[in-house]
Design a protein around this ligand. Structure first.
Ligand code: FES
Length: 412
């Protein structure tokens, strides 16, 4: 999961950002989702549910064009993500090109495939930073949540990353299963020498939305974890910077999602679709432009997809007349769609939204649900894998196909 508050942001030298005539700023942060292929099967993956429908990947030459065009537009920070970007054997060539262009580059990885050889090659190519994901501080839960045996491998990869002298972010997505382990997760990050720890509370889009009943924590769990984080920040804040953001559902005002639609973030999906936010593929009625057919400049400044929710012009009531609209820009479009059926509605996290009750109900349901320790939950976890993706994609096309969430998941 990518966080725009991600550490490691540094200005790159070279091209100057170019504002458009009507004051639209250039993209600053390019996320290159090189592939949807991934050896892990995380229950909270932000890739689209129907990712198997979009598997035709851009070639090396097409990705290099994307990097050049984005840099010319003014993008300075570049994340290589996926899926697992290491499954592409041209990753080193892309990093080298990005480095030459003056990007600050970050590899966002599960660690699977990150051998000493590749670490050395990526260092030589100019890679600046590595973000390594863990699912938990325990082998049992790490391996369960990713549906793989990768905990030991990740430990070895973390040590290799430090041996090669990379600054490292450990990323751990938080939810009701691992929130009670936050102290151990922090201890693990400290022991590994991570400069940053991103404790990313689950955002409920994509696969996490399907698994919301399983993953949603209680307010008590969040409060306890926040207190633990505050304690470690006081004692170890110099050694490791810890990021912890309370999930939207527990707030009364929405966040300024992506720092504003079409404001700083430009994502490119494996098939070349351009994304104003990494979950935008799930918004019906939004035609995503593709870099195979349209120059990036035109996509950023002129496409309907990037202009649809840019700025304030599109706001409906109660946002339009709200005196806080400049702060949150109406909140998250994907959340508005998932919870109200209309992406142009106010984010229902806001207690001024007429749909706020839907968020309150989700939180109340989590509070009253059985705890993890007390036995199986009502619905099994649905892991991100090709079979489940194909079934979900078919169900979206044909409503009569049986619901995959009703039987092919797993219990911890
Ligand atoms: Fe898409 Fe918030 S995740 S706008």
């Amino acid at each position: 999961m990518t966080d725009l508050s991600q550490p490691g942001s540094q200005p790159a030298a070279g091209a100057q950002p170019e504002d458009s005539a009507d004051g639209v700023p250039p993209p600053l942060w390019l996320l290159a989702e090189l592939t949807y292929r991934c050896p892990l099967h995380c229950a909270f993956c932000y890739n689209p549910l129907d990712y198997t429908d979009h598997s035709r990947e851009l070639s090396t030459a097409q990705w290099i064009d994307v990097l050049r065009e984005a840099r010319a537009l003014g993008a300075v920070q570049l994340g290589f993500s996926g899926g697992e970007p290491l499954v592409r054997d041209d990753l080193e060539a892309l990093v080298e090109e990005a480095h030459k262009l003056g990007f600050y580059t970050n590899l966002i990885t599960s660690g699977v495939g990150l051998t000493d050889q590749r670490l050395g090659d990526l260092k030589a190519a100019g890679l600046d930073h590595i973000q390594l994901s863990f699912q938990d501080s325990t082998q049992q839960l790490n391996d369960f949540l990713s549906s793989t045996r990768t905990f030991d491998l990740k430990q070895r990869v973390a040590a290799s990353i430090k041996r090669h002298g990379f600054p490292m972010v450990l990323n751990c997505v938080l939810h009701r299963y691992n929130l009670p382990h936050v102290d151990k997760i922090i201890e693990m990050a400290l022991a590994m020498g991570a400069e940053y720890l991103e404790l990313a509370n689950t955002q409920y889009y994509g696969w996490a939305h399907v698994n919301e009943a399983q993953l949603m924590p209680t307010r008590e769990q969040l409060d306890e974890a926040e207190a633990v984080v505050a304690r470690y920040r006081r004692t170890h804040g110099e050694r490791c910077k810890i990021f912890f953001v309370v999930p939207d559902y527990f707030e009364r005002r929405p966040k300024r999602c992506m720092n504003g639609w079409g404001a700083v973030f430009l994502g490119i999906a494996p098939d070349g679709a351009a994304l104003p936010c990494h979950a935008a593929r799930g918004l019906p009625g939004l035609t995503l432009p593709n870099v195979r057919e349209t120059p990036l400049r035109e996509i950023w400044y002129d496409s309907d997809a990037f202009n649809r929710f840019r700025g304030l012009h599109w706001l409906k009531e109660p946002c339009r007349s709200c005196d806080e609209k400049e702060r949150d820009l109406g909140g998250c479009r994907c959340q508005a769609y998932l919870l109200t059926g209309d992406a142009a509605n106010a984010d229902p996290v806001c207690d001024k939204s007429p749909f706020h009750e839907s968020v309150v109900k989700v939180v109340q349901r989590a509070a009253s649900a059985s705890t993890v320790a007390s036995g199986p939950r009502e619905q099994p976890i649905l892991f991100r894998n090709d079979a489940n993706s194909r079934t979900l994609a078919a169900a979206a096309r044909e409503p009569n196909v049986p619901d995959v969430a009703s039987g092919s998941g797993a219990q911890p």
